[in-house]
Design a protein around this ligand. Sequence first.
Ligand code: S3P
Length: 436
Amino acid sequence: MNKKITFITKPNRKLTGTIRVTGDKSMSHRSIMLGALAKGSTKVSGFLNGEDCLATIKAFRKMGVEIEGPEKGNVTIHGVGLKGLKAPIADLDMGNSGTAMRLLTGIMVGQDFDVSLTGDASLSKRPMRRITRPLEQMGANITTGEGGTPPLSIRGGNQLSGIHYDLPVASAQVKSAVLLAGLYAEGETSVTEPAVTRDHTERMLRGFGYTVVTKGNCISLRGKGELIACDIDIPADISSAAFFMVGASIAKGSDLTLEHVGVNPTRTGVIDILKLMGADITLFNQKEVGGEPVADIRIRFAALKGIEIPEALVPLAIDEFPSIFVAACFAEGQTVLTGAEELRVKESDRIQVMADGLLACGADVTATPDGIIINGGTLSGGEIDSHGDHRIAMAFAMAGLCADGDIVINDCANVDTSFPNFISIALKTGVNIKCC
Ligand code: S3P
């Protein structure tokens, strides 16, 4: 990422209107992966045209999969079957995307060819042993960089065997990598999670006609089946919607509706947390689309109060903490987050980077090893560095709504990884933001 983008926000605006934010990132990645491995053509609508998901498309094109689009959110993937991928002639660059790299590794270990996966500066620092360990137990041969980070070199041609794996961390990416490798393994592969994590892989596999059994916290499948192409309607991403939920909750006079948002119960922690803080959030038009629950969400301004965030909600809101921290800064009283050390190994160290940025804007916050303590009040404004983390940049854009002065947010180019039209949607709702 070469271009330097800065956001500058000005205070005193409320959020109003009705918007649909971009498609779900987790489901968009999975739709390409499973569509490529299926027999037949899969038609996807609502696809997220962000850099992360485009990296996944590029990787599969390099492995011989014909993919049309994305064109206005529509993508058609001409699947090649589980064993139909071809050796790419170069490394596969997964950009900024941990999801793309970890899930793809699960697929790559089942192939007959060798492949190397690389990433940008941020991804190159992220832990990969969490996936290589279980995959090696299944018979995979993977070399990581020093310290267990990318690049990953994967030797093909190994016969995989199913394992039972007790996940040491609550991670949907690790669960998914193991299950995807399980498609290629002899016998049964099963994973037990320490806490519920997003279950899009399981749901989408079932949509492709694959049998996946979930019993309590244990998910299992048998290898060597077949995926059959299907149509997928991807709802709006609750993780992108979350910025606007927080913005409308903290900016006086706001009344905002977010349409067709994915409200899978493994993703709705942000709604639960904001409601515990006193937010006025209503779900309506609830329906099920392609095996995923969807709803319209109305958010009206409400006076928020600080809370102790229940640890059980942490994995269900794992990507939404940057904006939840912003909400806590404008709440009355103290908010305490614990049990969230995973935030330190996201696109940035989200505990430290948020604490630094909030302090620079005059907040009363203390970072802890596994969370943060925030004493609510207000923000003065200031200049912050997003460290190239899309969600940090967008969270501070919402903080700017209610700060006493301008907030200057540096290093925002990576907003394009998950929410390419963030600025135009933000302007439409009333955020006073400039991009330069
Ligand atoms: C994701 C899982 C989460 C989340 C990431 C997307 C997925 O990561 O933070 O943005 O699509 O499976 P972990 O599984 O590492 O918690």
